[in-house]
Each structure stands twice: as structure tokens, then as C-alpha cells.
Design a protein around this ligand. Structure first.
Ligand SMILES: Nc1ncnc2c1ncn2[C@@H]1O[C@H](COP(=O)(O)OP(=O)(O)OP(=O)(O)O)[C@@H](O)[C@H]1O
Length: 584
């Protein structure tokens, strides 16, 4: 590690990582870490290396790290969810490296570029996002932080949802406003559902559907639909655009302050969605936005329903829109917060379990019966109101079998109440490979999970959830300025790399590094909120977004536990009182 200048400058990627991965350039930076493009020196595979700094800094961060890894393991086999290839612990035991499949860019960067997304691209992005969300929701998990920068894209317009740090299992979540562990909701403000802004304790899949509505609106408009500058301003913007909620709708969100705030805000001038979005927006696009951006979370379209909407009809194929047949429940419930040390140990235990070859018995896990419609979501209803999304996944459709992560599984029955921790069957496996395919010790480095080469190939395979819509159903969906590429293309790395030379879509935030170690100041990394303000504006959109709007929208995600909902996530009583006093 090198020290340079006044700020302590460190080499960000440790030797045991750079010996395994040749770091190429920085791809992005979030509140929690830095992501680099890299090449696996052994296999030549192009990957993304995400270093989470101080991953176990406090209980909230430790829980976030734990959740992110656990949920990624469970859902990463879906074609539209980013695949976690490897987890490597840092030598300092504080940071952690996550190795992902590599993607070319993210939706935020693409939207910022202007006119890259044609109508068909927007439909295809939406389709894939809905597919990923349907899959998550069928496992009774909500992502809670869907936003353009968490939607990764390839030049062939294939989509992968990433960043599962805020995901949570609905089966482990009690509707309990008094539970302090439920108050750390920090999803980026612009995509936050009104019930969350109003302090509702109801966590539903509708939270994600709201965010998806905002994302579609942003693709259509070319900029954020509701760029609120504070939680109050966010609700104002929302309520001035969407259909007015009925008193029952307002009641449904169970917000202590909701009714009075909403009544006041509805008196303000309205700019309905159809006006907000340009007249050029196709009617089916507007219709979908209006059906997603509905005040009452129970009245928003579900992911399964939205997949049946005319806007994505061109791509819709129930056989390729799988659902999980069971609920995903982490071995540590979301309502339980362990100590930092316990989280770290629990994660490392998995590593050690793998290293000693005692990983769980793959195959022992019983597939849980899937209901007749091929999914386990009791909330899911078909568009025509004929029950439970029957057309989503008909019998015999491509339904992934449960894999073998170290998450506990629980049978889902629509009438079942959330299962307690004691009731869940916990199985431990190699969480990354889902198979005892070997423990690898990096040269000179600490132990880490290892996924065998080949399992991470980006060549379309017959894994569960894979779909080849990009090639078979949607020709010419590559993202090139000036319209779809005429040439047919594959999804190979070589193509992406070639395209990177000229394709305006492919990001070029950072110059290639001369060597694997990139330098930034330790102080900057450890004092994130200050760092974000101090960070200079960058040429490319992702970082500009993060240094300004995104971060301010999210607040400081590393604020102390318990302060989130008050400061950033929802409106607190004082704010409301002020608002009510100050407005007519
Ligand atoms: N697999 C990947 N391939 C290419 N780029 C990626 C990949 N994963 C992440 N990125 C880039 O890095 C950015 C930050 O990643 P990520 O959202 O996982 O970090 P984070 O610290 O959790 O962010 P946030 O501040 O949103 O919580 C993404 O917006 C994206 O631009």
C-alpha cells in the first residue's frame, strides 16, 4: 500500500485481488463502494469488482452487506439479475470484494446521454425490469432501491438489476412501526413511494412497482419525473401529478400524518402525468405509467400484471417469465439485527465452511410446491381480475428450481403467516457456487469463495430464468447512437469491447489504470458524506448524478441506525407540523 500526499492515499485494490483480477478501469462509485472493470487472469473473463469499504462498520452496514450477498446468491441465476461470481474478504477484515459479471453501463448514464433509447429500447428495458421484479416478488422479496443507476445495461440492451443492499424478505417483516430495525429505509427519494414518504409502516411489493413507474416516466421524459428536493417537496410533486387518492386510499397506507398532509397538498395546482409527459409519449406508455403511479399500493399493477400490459406485449412470453416457488428468507431475519461481529462471522463462517469442504448437501433442499399458477405470490392478480395471475406462468413453464444458497427456505402458502426464524429450515452450502466446487486460496491472500470458470460465462445457457429474448424476439436492440445497429451482434465480451471504442453508450469515466492499484484518499472513503460533497464534477453522468442529485436524494445512507426515516426516508412530525402551519 502506498501513502501519498497530505490525504492518506492507498492502493484501493489489494494484492491478492490484483493477482487474480487485472483491474482495467473504474466503472462507477456508489455510497458503499467502488466498482471496477477487471479481467480474471486465469479465465480471461471480464468481470466487475466491487469493493465495499468498511463493509461491517456498524450494524446497519453489516446487515446491508450480509443482505446484499445473501439475496444476490439467491436471485443471481435470473437472466435479468446481476450474477455474483465470487466473494473475497479483504486482508483488513473490514472491506469486502464482490466479483460480478460485467455490464457495459447503467440506465442512468444512458438516459443522460439523451436520445440513445428509442421507443423499442424503452419497452424492452421495461419488460426485462418487470421480469426481474416478478421473480424477486415471487420469492416474497422486495428490492426497495430500484432506480436507473441500479439497472445495468449491455450494448445489446439486456438489463440486469443490481444493488440488493436494501432488499428485504416480506416474510420476515412484521408491520411494526415500533420496530427500530424497520426504520432504516433509505431508497433514493425520487423513486420512493408516497406511503414510505408519509411514514407508513406497510412494506409491500408496491414499493418496487412505484419505483418502476418512476423509472418508466424517466425513460419517457428523459429526466427524473419527480425530482423532489426534500421529502415534503417529493410528496408535493407526486400529488400534483397522480390521480387524487380517495379517503380509503389514504387510510390504506396507515400513515399517522398522511391524511392532513395530503388534503393540504391536493389544494395546490395540479400538473397531471399526461401533461408532465410530453404529448409524444405513446398512449400505452402513458397508460402503464398511470397504472403504476397509483397512490394506493394495493391498486398499483403487480409485476405479473404489468408484464401483460400492451406496452410490453411485443416481448411478453409467460414461458420466459419465471417465478420462484418458495419464499426466500435469510438465515438472519430482517427484524433481527445482529452485532457487527456476528454478521461478519456469519458471513465468514460460510467461507470457512466452504474451505473445509463441509458445504451443505446440494440437492437435499426440496423444491417447494408451486401453486397452480406457477408462483407463490398471494397478492398477484391478473389484469383482467380473474384471480391470481394465471397467465403469468402457465403450467409447464420455465420455473427455476430452488438452488442451494445458505438461505433458509420456507414453504409459501397464500394463507400462511410469516414464518418465524425457528420454523425455517436452514441449509448451508457454498453460497456462491451452490456446489462444492472447490475452495481457492488466493496467492498470499485470505480465503474466498470461488466459482468455477464456466459457470459465469455470459454465453446464454440453459440456466433457470435465462431467456434469449434479446436475440430471438427483439432483433436490432443494440444501443447505438443514431438508431439500432444494422449488424447482428452477439452478447460476447469481444463485441462489447469493440463497441466500447465508438459506442457512446459505453462509459469512459476513468482512464485505464496503469496497474491494478488505484489510488484515492482513505479519508475520502471513510467520510462518505463529506466526500460526496467534495467530489469534483465529472465528465460522465453517473458520477455527476451521485455527487449531486442521487446522493442528496438518498441522504447519507450511512447515517446511524434509526436516523434514516426521520432525516431522509419519511417525513417526521416536526416537518409536518411546520408544513401545516406554514401553508394555507
Ligand atoms: N456488474 C457491474 N458491471 C458494470 N458496472 C457496474 C456493475 N455493478 C455496478 N456497476 C456500476 O457501479 C455503480 C455502483 O454500483 P452499486 O449500485 O452496486 O454500488 P452501491 O455503492 O451499492 O451504490 P448505491 O450508492 O446506489 O447504494 C452502478 O450504478 C453501476 O454504474
Amino acid at each position: 500500500m502506498s501513502n501519498k500526499g497530505a490525504g492518506i492515499t492507498i492502493s484501493e485494490v489489494e494484492e491478492h485481488i490484483s493477482l487474480k483480477y487485472e483491474i482495467k478501469r473504474r466503472l462507477g462509485k456508489g455510497a458503499y463502494g467502488i466498482v471496477w472493470k477487471a479481467v480474471d487472469r486465469q479465465t480471461g473473463e471480464v468481470v466487475a469488482v466491487k469493493k465495499i469499504f468498511d463493509a461491517f462498520r456498524n450494524r446497519t452496514d453489516a446487515q446491508r452487506t450480509f443482505r446484499e450477498i445473501m439475496f444476490l446468491q439467491e436471485f443471481g441465476d435470473h437472466a435479468n439479475i446481476i450474477k455474483l461470481i465470487n466473494v473475497i474478504r479483504a486482508q483488513n477484515d473490514k472491506d469486502i470484494y464482490l466479483i460480478f459479471e460485467h455490464m457495459d453501463t447503467d440506465l442512468h448514464a444512458v438516459i443522460k446521454k439523451g436520445s440513445l433509447l428509442k421507443d423499442v429500447h424503452k419497452r424492452y428495458v421495461m419488460y426485462q425490469l418487470l421480469k426481474a421484479t416478478k421473480y424477486l416478488h415471487s420469492g416474497n422479496v422486495i428490492h426497495r432501491d430500484q432506480k436507473p443507476s441500479n439497472i445495468l445495461l449491455d450494448t445489446d440492451c439486456s438489463v440486469k438489476l443490481c444493488d440488493f443492499g436494501l432488499a428485504r424478505s416480506l416474510c420476515q417483516t412484521q408491520e411494526d412501526a415500533g420496530n427500530p430495525t424497520l426504520t432504516e429505509y433509505v431508497a433514493t427519494r425520487w423513486y420512493r413511494a408516497p406511503e414510505i414518504l408519509l411514514g407508513s409502516s406497510r412494506y409491500t411489493k408496491g414499493i418496487d412497482m412505484w419505483s418502476i413507474g418512476c423509472i418508466l416516466g424517466e425513460m419517457l421524459l428523459g429526466k427524473a419525473l419527480f425530482p423532489g428536493t426534500s421529502s415534503i417537496n417529493q410528496i408535493e410533486k407526486i400529488l400534483s401529478a397522480i390521480a387524487h387518492p380517495s379517503p380509503e386510499d389514504i387510510q390504506s397506507i396507515k400513515s399517522e400524518y398522511g391524511a392532513s398532509v395530503i388534503q393540504r397538498m391536493l389544494l395546490k395546482p395540479q400538473v397531471p402525468l399526461e401533461e408532465l409527459l410530453q404529448p409524444a409519449v405513446p398512449p400505452d406508455a402513458l397508460d402503464l405509467v398511470q397504472r403504476l403511479l397509483v397512490f394506493n399500493p394495493d391498486k398499483r399493477l403487480t409485476a405479473g400484471q404489468a408484464l401483460q400490459h400492451p406496452y410490453v406485449a411485443r416481448f411478453h412470453n409467460p414461458l420466459k417469465e419465471p417465478a420462484l416457488g418458495y419464499s426466500v428468507v435469510l438465515s438472519v431475519g430482517d427484524d433481527t439485527q445482529l452485532s457487527v461481529v456476528q454478521y461478519r462471522n456469519k458471513l465468514y463462517e460460510q467461507i470457512e465452511t466452504t474451505s473445509s469442504g463441509t458445504a451443505g448437501e446440494k440437492g437435499e433442499k426440496e423444491p417447494v410446491a408451486i401453486d397452480g399458477e406457477g408462483h407463490s405470490d398471494p397478492e398477484e392478480k391478473s389484469l383482467d381480475g380473474n384471480g391470481d395471475g394465471a397467465s403469468d406462468v402457465p403450467a409447464g413453464s420455465e420455473v427455476p428450481q430452488p438452488r442451494a444458497p445458505h438461505v433458509a427456505l420456507q414453504q409459501t402458502a397464500p394463507q400462511a403467516s410469516p414464518t418465524s426464524a425457528q420454523e425455517t429450515r436452514q441449509l448451508t452450502y457454498n453460497p456462491i457456487t451452490h456446489a462444492p466446487n472447490g475452495f481457492v486460496k488466493s496467492p498470499g491472500g485470505p480465503p474466498h469463495f470461488y466459482r468455477s470458470p464456466g459457470t459465469t460465462s455470459r454465453t446464454p445457457s440453459h440456466q433457470p430464468g435465462t431467456d434469449d429474448a434479446a436475440s430471438s424476439e427483439s432483433p436490432n436492440l443494440s444501443l447505438q447512437q443514431g438508431g439500432p445497429a444494422a449488424a447482428a451482434h452477439t452478447r460476447s465480451f469481444s463485441l462489447a469491447l469493440t463497441q466500447a471504442q465508438n459506442n457512446p453508450l459505453v462509459r469512459r469515466e476513468e482512464p485505464p489504470t496503469a496497474h491494478s492499484g488505484l489510488c484515492v484518499t482513505t479519508a475520502r472513503l471513510n467520510q462518505r458524506s463529506q466526500a460526496r460533497e467534495a467530489r469534483p464534477a465529472h465528465r460522465f453522468s453517473k458520477k455527476v448524478f451521485q455527487t449531486t442529485s442521487n446522493v442528496s436524494g438518498a441522504g447519507d445512507p450511512r447515517a446511524k441506525l434509526g436516523s434514516y426515516s426521520q432525516a431522509y426516508g419519511t417525513i417526521n412530525k416536526t416537518q409536518l407540523d411546520n408544513l401545516l402551519r406554514s401553508r394555507p
